[in-house]
Design a protein around this ligand. Structure first.
Ligand SMILES: [Fe+2]
Length: 414
């Protein structure tokens, strides 16, 4: 009995150690064999889908270790209902049929005892035991010991399966989620393209704003998830233009007061379009709503100030302005980059958030100086701008002014 208890305790340890399932099974099975000095035997797992019993751990069976015995559902259910260990000699009913069906195989491995492993009334597998080292027959007292140890093994197999099932479900969910995200992103890209087609003067504007926003957020050290979100927000920031009259959007001149009023509805309209959608990223509708706000409170639609404006909206604002200034409009040509950054300088602290301008300048400077591997900004600007290298001193100066907080102080005291 002491021996059995020791084996049970060890078995508990083995099963709790979930590291390597097959190893756990082998170790547990050897404990079972060892506790009664049994010479040979096997643990077989019942594979419901394939309708077979497959050996997973064996000892003393020589070549016959990789055995799979057919067992259909009905037979498995009946075998499970038989419960405790069954000697081959006096097996009845389903056990007998099972043994008969596999007589040749079982005879070849010299098995005397069959123990169905049953958890929650379902067959998990079987333990097959051969003769004892002493060549003595199994006695009545051996059976509870074998049952107790086998039950542990059955529970071990069952828990392992549950774990595998949970993992595969989690995997499946992850794949579904990734799939949904891809669909979402593709839909967003399609929307961005639709917005840009409507506005023939700003081809590719939304996509570029998305990419500029991404570059700024990354430079500001935002986590990946939020960088993805801001990219999407950039793609969608002008979605409200879908409700603005085509003739206004494509007006070849500067907007009249009436047209401006019509046009200024687009951030709030964008919010209305985006708000009912459940986005996989936070605040997308708000970033669309507030991309024309200014930190001095003179923007629209809500006239928010400073910290009232979500950080993401401030990024999209700058990205939007940068693209507007670096592309031709019907009423003016694109500006030289020097003028663009002078505009940034002049409007930081009033229209633009200093930290955002600073991050944009840093990202640009890194590309010019070759410290960043990719040249995404330079590529997005395309061939329309050459000689970007000459911007280096201007950017450095702007960064140092912004870092020193000089411009913020100027901005807030006026
Ligand atoms: Fe806009």
């Amino acid at each position: 009995m002491i021996h059995t208890f020791a084996a049970l305790a060890d078995l508990g340890q083995e099963i709790a150690n979930t590291g390597d399932f097959e190893e756990m099974l082998r170790a547990s099975f050897h404990l079972l064999l060892g506790s009664l000095a049994i010479r040979r035997g096997a643990v077989a797992e019942y594979d419901r889908e394939r309708g077979q019993i497959r050996f997973v751990a064996a000892r003393g069976l020589g070549q016959s270790q990789n055995i799979a015995l057919p067992l259909d559902h009905d037979h498995a259910r009946e075998l499970a209902s038989l419960g405790s260990s069954l000697s081959l000699e006096d097996a009845t009913g389903e056990a007998q049929r099972f043994l008969e069906d596999n007589k040749t195989l079982l005879a070849s491995v010299e098995i005397d005892l069959l123990v169905p492993l049953v958890v929650r009334e379902r067959l998990i597998g079987v333990v097959l035991l051969g003769e004892k080292a002493s060549a003595e027959k199994f006695i009545e007292e051996d059976l509870p010991v074998i049952s107790a140890l086998s039950r542990h093994i059955g529970v071990g197999i069952h828990s392992h399966r549950l774990l595998e099932e949970v993992e595969s479900k989690a995997d499946e969910n992850r794949q579904l989620y990734d799939g949904l995200r891809t669909i979402y992103k593709e839909t967003v890209r399609a929307f961005a393209a639709a917005i840009d087609i409507k506005d023939r003067y700003t081809q590719g504007h939304s996509v570029r704003v998305g990419k500029y926003s991404e570059i700024i957020a990354r430079e500001m050290g935002w986590p990946d998830e939020q960088v993805e979100g801001i990219t999407i927000a950039g793609y969608l920031h002008d979605i409200g233009k879908l409700i603005v009259d085509l003739s206004v959007i494509n007006s070849p001149e500067r907007f009249s007061a009436k047209e401006s009023k019509e046009m200024s509805k687009h951030p709030a309209a964008g919010y209305e379009i985006l708000a009912p959608i459940s986005h996989p990223y936070a605040d997308i509708p708000l970033m669309a709503r507030y991309h024309h706000e200014r930190i001095d409170g003179n923007g629209y639609p809500d006239g928010l100030k400073g910290d009232q404006i979500p950080p993401g909206a401030k990024i999209v604002t700058l990205a939007d302005s940068f693209d507007a200034m670096t592309t031709d409009r019907p009423y003016r040509k694109k500006l030289p980059l020097e003028d663009v950054f002078e505009d940034f300088r002049a409007n930081t602290g009033t229209q633009f958030e200093p930290a955002v301008v600073c991050a944009f300048c840093r990202a640009f400077l890194k590309e010019i100086e070759g410290t960043s591997k990719e040249k995404r900004l330079i590529r997005l600007l395309g061939k329309n701008y050459d000689n970007v290298e000459s911007l280096s001193p201007l950017l450095s100066q702007l960064i140092s002014d912004l870092d020193g907080g000089a411009m913020v102080a100027t901005a807030t005291t006026h």
